[in-house]
Design a protein around this ligand. Structure first.
Ligand code: 4AD
Ligand code: MG
Length: 466
């Protein structure tokens, strides 16, 4: 038996004249009475391998089963291609069909499909060129993230998915329970008796690994998490998922300036990694999905991100309104910025990524370091073209007293936060961190327009198929 070659490897160093064996799925078949040209894709790269099939060499019945979507093994000589569109091709000498794909029912025929239709068949869409490219890039970004941190001495730390705490204080959480929802045990007061639930208390899927990440950072020095997070907010936008992946570095002895430097270096590293290692997929996406993609990626790597305070940002937005720019949502000091505001700063005003700092205390999480002015906290959001917020982070409040008083102000029960407060009780240090939304990064790097199209199986309100 011959060893199978991946198409990506054949194309990197084609050995003309040698016999090769490829295995993959038929994308298209065209030809004449005597010859067929079959394009095979094996998922290893965006490129298909053209296979030339001389009908006189094969059983006519078998040839009928070579249709779009069928899985095949092809053996044949690798030759220079006469046709346009490919440099090499295979002259088939043996063909085996692993699995047929009935042309009357296989949904991915040649014609271009809408993204909406492909979402309905998300179980098959990885077989399209676009989604193949997106998911190869997704893998590459995950790999680059681990490499970036590993090379800098950060440790990958695993935080729990099931938790009793609400890190962001947002309250938009999915409950985890084994109680019978039709007939839950009751307390004397008539509420649900969670002491009889699986964990003996009420639990949720995590919205962030940060709080546990802080415990690790104050022991290992520098850590990062990289895992799924869950938010039950009813946001039907092209930038929100109910289940998304987040990368959260957390570093002891970092203040906000170093945190911003890390965030900027991190994103630039990832974008440069994509440019260096995903060239063929990016070229495809640049042609088919977003003509400005590669130029935008190159420009982000080159430019220093603008850094300015929320207060200065609001002034710019207020001036825009005074000059006649219309936003859907109002602009005033204290408002939680909408993505239209963030994008105005990035796309219209600065034409460059922006790191906005020092947000009003009221609109940010309880753990952020309080500024001397008494009304802002040392938050930092990184805002990106086409996306808006891609990173949210801060320097953390290291003072036990200040943290406790903030918990009380916003109504976080201290009894539940005791374990977290221990970081401030024992050997507290200035520390900082941030969260990068993995799918938001992928929106930027792939040029895709909807976050549902950069994760294999999106979870959004009313949708948990597959
Ligand atoms: O700004 P967020 O809520 O920050 C945190 O969760 C902090 N605990 C991070 C930290 O400091 N360690 O979320 C961080 C990032 C956002 O900037 C955004 O990119 C992404 O997570 N994100 C979402 N991505 C997809 N769908 C959603 N519903 C998202 N919510 C946040
Ligand atoms: Mg945020």
């Amino acid at each position: 038996m011959m060893e199978r070659s991946k198409i990506v490897d054949i194309l990197i160093a084609p050995k003309l004249g040698n016999d090769v064996n490829i295995k993959g799925w038929v994308r298209t078949k065209r030809g004449s009475k005597e010859l067929s040209f079959v394009a095979i894709n094996d998922g290893s790269c965006i490129h298909n391998m053209q296979v030339v099939v001389d009908h006189s060499l094969f059983d006519a019945e078998m040839l009928k089963d070579i249709t779009t979507g069928a899985a095949v093994s092809i053996i044949g000589k690798l030759t220079e291609s006469q046709g346009r569109g490919q440099s090499v091709e295979i002259q088939a000498s043996a063909i085996e069909i692993y699995g047929k794909a009935d042309p009357n029912s296989y949904p991915l025929q040649k014609k271009g499909h809408s993204m909406e239709f492909l979402r309905e068949i998300a179980h098959l869409r990885p077989r399209t060129n676009t989604f193949g490219a997106v998911f190869r890039i997704r893998h590459n970004m995950a790999y680059a993230i681990h490499k970036f941190f590993h090379d800098r001495g950060f440790f990958y730390f695993h935080t729990p998915l099931i938790t009793a705490s609400d890190a962001e204080g947002a309250g938009a959480m999915f409950e985890v329970t084994t109680l019978d929802l039709n007939n839950p045990p009751r307390t004397k007061e008539g509420g649900v008796d969670y002491s009889q639930d699986f964990f003996g208390r009420r639990t949720n899927l995590t919205v962030s690994g940060q709080l546990e990440g802080e415990l690790a950072a104050t022991a290992l020095g520098a850590i990062y998490t990289f895992g799924p997070t869950f938010r039950a907010e009813n946001s039907n936008t092209p930038r929100h998922l109910a289940e998304f992946w987040m990368i959260e570095p957390e570093v002891a002895f970092y203040e906000i300036k170093e945190n911003m430097d890390l965030a900027e270096e991190f994103i630039k590293y990832l974008v440069q990694w994509a440019l260096d290692n995903c060239k063929d997929d990016l070229t495809f996406l640049n042609e088919r999905i977003d003509k400005g993609l590669i130029e935008r990626l190159e420009s982000v790597v080159k430019k220093d991100f603008i850094r300015l305070s929320y207060t200065e940002g609001i002034k710019i937005l207020e001036k825009a309104v005074a000059d006649g720019h219309q936003f859907e949502y109002p602009v005033y000091w204290g408002v939680d910025l909408a993505s239209e505001h963030e994008r105005y700063l990035v796309e219209n005003h600065f034409q460059c990524p922006v790191i906005l700092t020092d947000y009003p205390t009221e609109i940010k999480a309880f753990y952020m370091k309080q500024n001397e002015d008494g009304k802002t906290v040392r938050a930092m959001d990184v805002l990106f073209p086409k996306i808006g917020e891609i990173i949210g982070g801060s320097q953390r409040e290291e003072s036990l007293e200040k943290l406790i008083s903030r918990c009380k102000e916003v109504g976080i029960p201290l009894s539940e936060m005791d374990w977290y407060l221990d970081t401030r009780r024992f050997g507290s240090v200035p520390h900082s961190g941030f969260g990068l939304g993995f799918e938001r990064l992928l929106l930027f790097v792939t040029g895709m327009g909807n976050i549902r199209d950069v994760i294999p199986f999106p979870r959004t309100p009313n949708n948990a198929n597959f």
